[in-house]
Structures are given as C-alpha cells and as structure tokens.
Ligand binder design. Structure first.
Ligand code: MN
Length: 212
C-alpha cells in the first residue's frame, strides 16, 4: 500500500504571518509530495512495501543496502513532514500559547520552565548545521529530551543512524525551504516566530500516546 500525501487540515494561508502561504504551498505540495513519491519508488518490491511510514523508518537497516539511503531520506521526509503539519495551527485558533496539564509539568521537570525549554529547543534548531530538524522526544523512562537530526533523519530511526532516539512529539523543520522566502538567512527569527503557530493540544495528544 503506497504512501499518500494527506491534505493539510488548514488553509495554506492559515499560518500567516508566521509562515507565508507560498512557502506552505511549495513545502506541502511540492517538497512533501516528492518525499512521498520517492519513498514509494524506493520501497516498491521490498519487504517493507506494505509497512506503515513509522514501521519503515524503524527498519531501514533491514533493507537492501542500495535502498537504505533513498528510504532514509524520503520515508524520513514523509514521517517528519506529516508530524510537522499536524503540530501547527492558526495563531489564536489552536496555534501559539503554552502547553498545559501533564505536558506542561513534564516540560517544567525536564527544562526548569517553558521559557527554558523554548530556549534549548531553539538552540537545537539554530545549531543544526545545514538542513535538519529539532525534536522534543519522550524517552523510554517517559522523561522529555531535546535533540536535533540532520537531513530527514528522525529519532525513530534510532541513535546509531539518526544520532538521537526517543519518540518525537514535536518536530521543527529547519531546512531553508521551510523559511527562506520570508526569513531569508534569519533562521533564529523563523524559530522565534514559529512558537506562535505551535499546536500544544496536538503535542499534548502525542505526549499522551507516547507515555501511555
Ligand atoms: Mn521540509
């Protein structure tokens, strides 16, 4: 069963002024679509052809050597972007604000405060050389940890491949294609503004699933 590109749950301009509509159109309609198409091409005929996207990226090492690179990049890109769209919402209508409940408590426990968390997470995104992602993950002991991965790697791929592990509940795309039209080289400004569209309700749902 081939992967498909799900429609966004909001309009392309819903995240304005934080993320502009043109960036959303190209990022979702062109970049994410290409990851889906290329993942399907790479997976066709392999033992993971019918696996879920998450199952695929956890099992890259089981694939033939020549498939591993294309699947890592493109199934990784598919999983990463699917999460990215899902944890954002229109500012003031689900986007922005602060976490609450169990998630807020876990963030305070791990990082001292919500502001302390935002500072460390932003540093992970700003500090990623070239293209990649910043992540907030639930670790096996249910604590929270921040990490960053290069390219389209995902913590679900495991520490040996991605350089970090855990179950991601929040991911931030710091590829230039995610912000360059509006922010040019100012990645820190993009990250600073991005908090205004983070859907903490969706992140809390991810947290509840990952700690169940
Ligand atoms: Mn992207």
């Amino acid at each position: 069963m081939a992967f498909t590109l799900a429609p966004l749950l909001y309009a392309h301009d819903a995240l304005e002024p934080v993320i502009d509509a043109t960036t959303m159109q190209i990022h979702h309609g062109k970049h994410h679509q290409a990851y889906v198409d290329n993942a399907n091409k790479a997976l066709a005929g392999t033992a993971l052809e019918n696996a879920s996207p998450e199952e695929v990226i956890k099992a890259i090492a089981s694939l033939p050597a020549e498939k591993q690179g294309p699947v890592r990049n493109n199934a990784g890109g598919h999983v990463n972007h699917t999460m990215f769209w899902s944890i954002m919402a229109k500012p003031g209508q689900g986007g922005g604000g602060a976490p609450s409940g169990d998630l807020a408590a876990a963030i305070t426990k791990a990082f001292g405060s919500f502001d302390g968390f935002k500072e460390k997470f932003a540093a992970a995104g700003v500090g990623r050389f070239g293209s990649g992602w910043a992540w907030l993950c639930v670790m096996p002991d249910k604590s929270l940890a921040i990490c960053s991965t290069p390219n389209q790697d995902n913590p679900l791929m495991g520490r040996a491949l991605a350089g970090c592990d855990g179950t991601p509940i929040l991911g931030l795309d710091v590829w230039e294609h995610a912000y360059y039209l509006k922010y040019q080289n100012k990645r820190a400004d993009y990250i600073g503004a991005w908090w205004g569209v983070v859907n903490w309700g969706a992140v809390a749902s991810n947290f509840a699933m990952a700690t169940k």
